[in-house]
Each structure stands twice: as structure tokens, then as C-alpha cells.
Design a protein around this ligand. Structure first.
Ligand SMILES: [Zn+2]
Length: 489
């Protein structure tokens, strides 16, 4: 039950001016100028995201977060800034009110684009920990978010933003959960639970494949990675038929699902290895993307394929130098067992073609090299066509998850030459992300294909305005948005 003491309101003001957003202006009038006076007395100048919390404004507003909106004359230079600035402002406001104990938070609807308000607010709600003492835990209270103009809560923009945020929060939870609690089997059952209503409504079908099926399909690369672990592998398929014509060729997303990557026999250094619980980020984000696409009812047919396994060293594990056979018959020398993502993806990509897709996009925390190249702020996109790249770039800008186009060039293929097999799985340090993309290309025949390397954006070292330090769940919203773009074709 909510009471006055749970309440908080987020409003805004522009840098170096007396201009307030609508709710702030009304409160300022009601309180004989108290809001503006407080702003002037504080050291807050109104730079984007600056936040001032005031108390006991009126009986209805016990807590007020006044958030800086920057200069009104600074017009955002493009879609990225336009929407991202709103998410950041909302994130700052919600976060500061939450920290002061508010759990019923209302947002001034005039702060910006409604979908971006909704995304920023609902992404800020995410909490995750395993603390057993209440005092140490992330605030337990569930935060409810409302708009000052309640009629806008019935708008598609508000609900779409909520679905996008919910989908990303689901991916964050999947990625953040430790590997002992997120095995391939648990991943599948968690997804089945999340999709219960969509499956019951007949919109979505989930198919779970096991090891026998993988062997039958001759997915020798996937099997070669999975067999080193005692945890059984899973191959998860999610089918969504949203197009008016159910036989219309689908878009297929393929997500890397290594629920823990130790490196296998080519074992990784121990520092930071715990982060390898997030090496199923491709699977988490693609699964969450189809959840979002189906929930908002995008008019397209879509399939998500995720090979799920652990990469572990054991007496059964693949050894450096071993040769395995891919689903398309190619022989592959496994020189480095830590370059396992491309192996499981290669087989999934071959399988993806059996659905006669218009477009295939694979998503993977694939290489450390992409983190070296782009860091945590851009994901690397290797797109086989200019048209698909444009769609990816635009989707990333709208979603606030920027993409950078990387080269998909034949020159990098040479690094993948093997002495005795058709191809080797590791091409050395130089241009490591680019040679990895060329490896994947061996398993693609469709024209419209893109590979997104999300290893750099998987984890954030610092708190952002609306995303906390930790697994980011990026680029879920870009992937939903891309499906929306493609559905317009
Ligand atoms: Zn690896």
C-alpha cells in the first residue's frame, strides 16, 4: 500500500535560466517561488543530469527531484542524443528519489519523448543481488512509476518503452546470474517461464533440442565445445509469427550462449574470469529481443536460435589441434579452444539457413579484440550489405546503443588458413575481431547477414544515468528496433 511518505516527483529545469517544466512551474507558483529560489541557492546550474532533491514541497509532494536539462538552445544533433538525453535525465531523477526512499515515483510528462521517459524509468528500476540481510540488499521495495499526465500512460509509446526496458532487464538478469545458477538447462527453463503467456496465446513457439539432435544435425563444432562440460548442452529455438502471412520468410537472430567460458584447455587467466558468466550475452539479448518484438506485436516472422553450453576443460574436452566437422561439412582445426563462440555460432548459422530467412543477424560476446578497438561505448557491427548496416546504425541510435561498422573484408580470411583443415578457428592477435567475422562468414550464404560483436559492451565498469555498473543487457533495444525497421520493408 502506498502512502504520502512513499511518494516522489521528477521535474526539470533548463541550464542558466528560470525556465521549468510544467509540473515544476506549477509547484513553483503554488509555493511562491520556493522551487526557483532553492535552485538558485544550490550549486546546481542545470547541466544535463544535475539533480537536486527537495523535501516537503506540498503535502502531495514530499520529495522532489529537480533535474537539469541542459541549455534549451542546445538542440540534439541527432536521434542518439535526442532520445538518450531524456533517458539520462529520467534515470538521474528516478535514481536520486529511490535513494531517498521513494517507491511511488511520478514523472513530469513534459520532460521529453514519452517512450524514452518510459525506457529510462523502467531501466532504472532494475535490482540484482544475493544478499541475505535486508539492510545490505538493493532496496527491496518495488518502485512504481507513473506519469503526471496519466492519460499518456495509455499511449503505445509508454507501453512500448516499458516492454523494451523489461526485455533488457530480463537480459541483464540472465547475464548477471552466476554460471552455477544459469546453466544451459536453467537458461531454457527461465526463458520458458518468461514466455509462458506468449506461448499460451499461440504467438510464440519454443523448441528445445538436446545432444542427440545436435549430433543428428552433424553440428560437430557445437558438440566439440559442449562435450568438455558435465552440463548437458541445449539448442533453443524460439519462433514468432507476427506477419499477416505466416509463410513469409523470417528474420533469424542467432545468439551465442556460452553460459560459462573458462577457455577450455586453452584456459583463460584467472583475473576477471567470473565475468565469463556473461558469455551468453548473445543468447540473452536475442531471446529478450524476440520477447520484446512479440510483446509489442511487430508485424514480422522472426526466429531466435541459441546454442547453449559451457566451455570447460576436462578429459572429454576438445584439445588444441583437434579437427572437427561443421554442419556444412567443412573441416575445422581448433587451434585455440577459447575461440569457441565462432564454433557454436557457425553451426547455428548453417542451421539458420534451413528457414529460408531474408536476414540473419548473429550476436555474440565474441572477441576481446573488439573491446580493445571500441571499448564499452560502441558495439562492433560487421554487415554484409550497406542497407542492413544503415538499419542497424539507425536502430542503435534510436535505442541509445551505438554501433560502429567494422570491416568484413576478404583480406582477413588468410589469417584463418589451416595447414591441414579447411579453416582454423584462431587467426592471431592482429585484427582479431575482423578475422573472427571472416570465420563466421564461412557458414553464411544469405546476402543480408550481419554479425554484432558485443564483447566490449557486455559489462559496464561504472554506474550510468539509467544503467548500473554490471551486465548491460545491450543491445536488446537495438535488436527489437531493428526487427521493427525490417518489418517495414
Ligand atoms: Zn572463449
Amino acid at each position: 500500500m502506498s502512502s504520502v511518505s512513499d511518494k516522489g516527483l521528477v521535474v526539470g529545469f533548463y541550464e542558466n535560466s528560470e525556465e521549468l517544466t510544467k509540473e515544476a512551474q506549477e509547484l513553483n507558483t503554488k509555493t511562491n517561488g520556493h522551487i526557483l529560489k532553492s535552485i538558485q541557492l544550490s550549486d546546481t546550474k542545470g547541466k544535463l543530469g544535475d539533480t537536486l532533491v527537495l523535501y516537503d514541497i506540498t503535502p502531495e509532494v514530499p520529495r522532489l527531484a529537480v533535474v537539469g536539462l541542459g541549455k534549451k538552445s542546445d538542440v540534439p544533433s541527432g536521434d542518439y542524443e535526442k532520445f538518450e538525453n531524456v533517458r539520462r535525465v529520467i534515470g538521474s531523477g528516478v535514481k536520486s528519489l529511490k535513494a531517498k526512499g521513494a517507491s511511488e515515483i511520478t514523472i513530469d510528462s513534459t520532460l521529453g519523448d514519452v517512450r524514452s521517459i518510459s525506457e529510462g524509468a523502467h531501466l532504472s528500476k532494475f535490482k540484482f543481488d544475493f544478499k541475505t540481510k535486508k539492510a545490505d540488499a538493493t532496496p527491496e521495495k518495488n518502485v512504481n512509476i507513473a506519469l503526471s499526465d496519466a492519460s499518456l500512460e495509455a499511449s503505445p509509446e509508454w507501453s512500448t518503452g516499458k516492454v523494451y526496458a523489461d526485455a533488457q532487464n530480463f537480459a541483464r538478469m540472465l547475464m548477471e546470474t552466476p554460471a552455477n545458477l544459469m546453466t544451459p538447462s536453467i537458461f531454457v527453463s527461465t526463458v520458458q517461464d518468461k514466455f509462458k503467456d506468449l506461448v499460451a496465446s499461440g504467438k510464440v513457439e519454443i523448441v528445445v533440442r538436446d545432444e542427440a539432435w545436435v549430433l543428428e544435425q552433424k553440428m560437430g563444432m557445437f558438440y566439440g565445445v559442449a562435450k568438455g562440460s558435465d552440463e548437458p548442452l541445449k539448442f533453443l529455438e524460439i519462433h514468432y509469427k507476427g506477419a499477416a502471412d505466416a509463410t513469409k520468410p523470417p528474420v533469424v537472430y542467432v545468439g551465442k550462449g556460452v553460459t560459462f567460458d573458462s577457455g577450455g584447455i586453452s584456459i583463460k587467466p584467472s583475473a576477471g574470469m567470473g565475468l565469463m558468466r556473461g558469455d551468453m550475452g548473445g543468447a540473452a539479448t536475442t531471446v529478450s529481443a524476440i520477447y520484446g518484438a512479440a510483446s509489442v506485436g511487430l508485424p514480422l516472422n522472426m526466429i531466435v536460435l541459441t546454442p547453449l553450453c559451457e566451455n570447460m576443460p576436462s578429459g572429454k574436452a576438445t584439445k588444441p589441434g583437434d579437427v572437427v566437422y561443421a554442419m556444412n561439412g567443412k573441416s575445422v582445426e581448433v587451434d585455440n579452444t577459447d575461440a569457441e563462440g565462432r564454433l557454436i555460432l557457425g553451426d547455428a548459422l548453417v542451421y539458420a539457413h534451413t528457414f529460408n530467412p531474408t536476414t540473419i543477424v548473429d550476436v555474440a560476446t565474441l572477441t576481446g579484440a573488439i573491446d580493445v578497438a571500441l571499448g564499452q561505448h560502441f558495439a562492433g557491427a560487421f554487415a554484409a550489405t550497406d542497407c542492413l548496416w544503415k538499419q542497424i546504425e539507425q536502430s542503435g541510435n534510436t535505442a541509445g546503443e551505438r554501433m560502429w561498422r567494422m570491416p568484413l573484408a576478404q583480406e582477413y580470411r588468410k589469417q584463418m588458413d589451416s595447414k591441414y583443415a579447411d579453416i582454423v578457428n584462431a587467426g592471431g592477435r592482429s585484427g582479431g575481431s575482423c578475422s573472427a567475422a571472416m570465420f563466421l562468414k564461412e557458414f553464411v550464404t544469405v546476402d543480408r547477414w550481419a554479425h554484432l560483436d558485443i564483447a566490449g559492451v557486455m559489462y559496464s565498469n561504472e554506474d550510468g544515468a539509467y544503467l548500473k555498473r554490471g551486465m548491460t543487457g545491450k543491445p536488446v533495444r537495438t535488436l527489437i528496433e531493428l526487427a521493427r525497421e525490417i518489418s517495414k520493408q
